[in-house]
Write a protein that binds this ligand. Structure first.
Ligand code: FPP
Length: 257
């Protein structure tokens, strides 16, 4: 299936008062985009890295506080080793190329997942770039790498169990905030909007806890083709939603929400 082309007319800028604070994206369809053109899958990842650059710049310009990208899942380790290697090389290239832009734009780089599984060169570069950009105040760019939502919750439960066994924590006092504080995303705002590209309607073990109240936007567009007009269209879609958090529409309107 050929994904639809970009909207012909560039959508207008979304209402700045109705933007998500935290946008998360499942960047899917790189392989299919390349295969449909008779190219190697890696070419799709290369073009996908360009879409990453576009999304980061646009989110920073629009004033989002946080952008979290699913760049490599725990399950992705099972892909052919040449593809895994190519993805790590692309990540290294991205980190080197975007470092100065992140510094200039006040973007703090962050990473979540089982980072000790990454190859040494990628991990070193990642940690160095995170340290270099740590003072960035305008936006947090989080790369989910070797990430799995269930694994994240398991490690939080394990950390809490250790604290309880050491007598540092009363199990009866554990609440949602305690658990959230032990997730990789502690300190980031709630995920307001989750976008998934390529027509798949799944969450694929991404931010399972954090998307409890998120709005979802699914698009048929493959990630390598997902550029600023598509992002703006998703943000317009989000701005039209009424977020009720379990309350009634009347209650929310009464709050001016
Ligand atoms: C899913 O497409 C995408 C990935 C597994 C990797 C995402 C990586 C990038 C966008 C490029 C590098 C990242 C950064 C941060 C520079 P798929 O391969 O599963 O596509 P398919 O479902 O069509 O096979």
């Amino acid at each position: 299936m050929k994904p639809p082309p970009a909207p012909k007319q560039a959508p207008s800028e979304p209402d700045p008062t109705a933007l998500p604070r935290h946008l998360a994206i499942i960047m899917d369809g790189n392989g299919r985009w390349a295969k449909e053109r008779g190219w190697r899958r890696v070419r799709g990842h290369e073009e996908g890295a360009e879409s990453v650059r576009v999304a980061v710049r646009a989110c920073r310009r629009l004033g989002l506080s946080a952008l979290t990208l699913y760049a490599f899942s725990e399950e992705n380790w099972g892909r052919p080793s040449a593809e895994v290697k190519a993805l790590m090389t692309l990540l290294n290239r991205f980190l080197k190329k975007e470092r100065q832009e992140m510094l200039d734009q006040g973007i703090r780089l962050n990473a979540i997942g089982e980072l000790d599984k990454l190859p040494n060169s990628t991990r070193d570069l990642l940690f160095q770039t995170m340290a270099d950009t740590a003072q960035g105040q305008h936006m947090t760019l989080t790369l989910a790498l070797s990430y799995g939502g269930r694994q994240e919750i398991v490690q939080a439960a394990r950390a809490l169990a250790h604290q309880a066994m050491a007598g540092e924590l009363d199990p009866g006092e554990i609440d949602e905030d305690t658990l959230a504080a032990h997730l990789y995303t502690a300190g980031l705002p709630e995920v307001d909007l989750l976008i998934r590209t390529s027509g798949e309607l799944r969450v694929s073990n991404f931010l399972l806890w954090q998307i409890a109240y998120s709005e979802f936007h699914f698009t048929d567009v493959y990630w390598p083709e997902f550029r600023e007009p598509h992002l703006l269209a998703a943000l317009h879609d989000y701005a039209r939603r009424q977020r009720r958090f379990g309350k009634t529409g009347e209650q929310v309107r009464g709050q001016g929400g």
